[in-house]
Ligand binder design. Structure first.
Ligand SMILES: Nc1ncnc2c1ncn2[C@@H]1O[C@H](COP(=O)(O)OP(=O)(O)O)[C@@H](O)[C@H]1O
Ligand SMILES: [Mg+2]
Length: 266
């Protein structure tokens, strides 16, 4: 089906994967995002740090249009997220169109939300079969590859409850990858884990990054941010206070708020 969609830009490797321009979001009178502007280039990793309540999760949810924005523009791969623009005005996309955009964006949350009554393999093949109409046999072959990538080849037939938190989170990563996303969003993926399980999840994420996945990661794991991120953003009170290469932000923060936040982490 060939349909001209004025929103759909032609493929252009130079275009950033994510571009936020003055993104604002209110919940009633509470202004949670007060004009966020940033870019994530293709194949790069952006880490976002900041105190609780600073708007990090809300910003991630805006990127895949789980939240509507009140002002500004958000583009993923050159395409306006959730809206169509005509004569400087935004019109919300049909839910079907919004869902199509969301399919290309994988999201991993603090809590893994696996289906408890389905095996690991069944969890991973569910969306490709239901949403993308992939043939079961193909979905299973892909799922096996993905489980191998996150180090869980031997767990395909077990149920989530039989896995540790770290293993469950790696299944959640494989499940997101099964939709073949062009962008992965992680919202504090290791915060709910026992300390000894954090490393295996960060390891899987690190491999994903080195395979070239574009990632936006909200995290408190400074070691991961320093090693893996191309760009580190410090958010506070709904604004980007400071952004730059992780080493610069972590070792030589320019703003008092960043210094205070980092000193509390140590
Ligand atoms: N659905 C919502 N309705 C009302 N307020 C919300 C909603 N979601 C988040 N908030 C508020 O927005 C602010 C930012 O939240 P959040 O994005 O979760 O911050 P962070 O992820 O940085 O901790 C908080 O004050 C939170 O209470
Ligand atoms: Mg959050």
């Amino acid at each position: 089906m060939s349909q001209t969609n004025p929103n759909e830009a032609s493929p252009n490797p130079a275009r950033p994967m994510v571009r936020a321009e003055g993104v604002r979001k209110n919940f009633g009178t509470l202004e949670v995002l007060k004009g966020i502007s940033l870019e994530v280039q293709r194949g790069q990793v952006l880490c976002i740090i900041g105190p609780s309540g600073s708007g990090k999760s809300t910003f991630l949810r805006c990127i895949n249009h789980l939240e509507k924005i009140n002002a500004g523009r958000l583009y993923v791969d050159g395409e306006l997220v959730g809206y169509r623009e005509k004569n400087d005005k935004l019109y919300e996309l049909h839910p079907r169109e919004a869902a199509r955009q969301r399919r290309d964006i994988g999201m991993v949350f603090q809590h893994f939300n696996l289906f408890p009554h389905r095996t690991v393999l069944e969890n991973v093949i569910e969306a490709p079969i239901q949403v993308k109409k992939v043939a079961k046999r193909d979905a299973e072959a892909t799922a096996q590859d993905l489980l191998a990538r996150v180090g869980l080849s031997d767990k395909a037939g077990v149920y989530p409850a039989q896995l540790s938190g770290g293993q469950q989170q790696r299944v959640a990563i494989a499940r997101a990858l099964a939709m073949d996303p062009k962008l992965m969003l992680f919202d504090e993926p290791t915060s709910a884990l026992d300390p000894e399980l954090v490393g295996e999840v960060l390891g899987a994420m690190k491999r994903l990054a080195s395979d070239g996945m574009t990632m936006v990661v909200v995290t408190h794991e400074m070691g991961f941010a320093r090693e893996v991120a191309d760009q580190l953003v410090f958010m506070d009170g709904g604004v980007v206070v400071e952004a730059g290469p992780p080493r610069e932000v972590l070792e030589n923060p320019q703003h008092e708020r960043t210094k205070t936040f980092l000193s509390r982490l140590l």
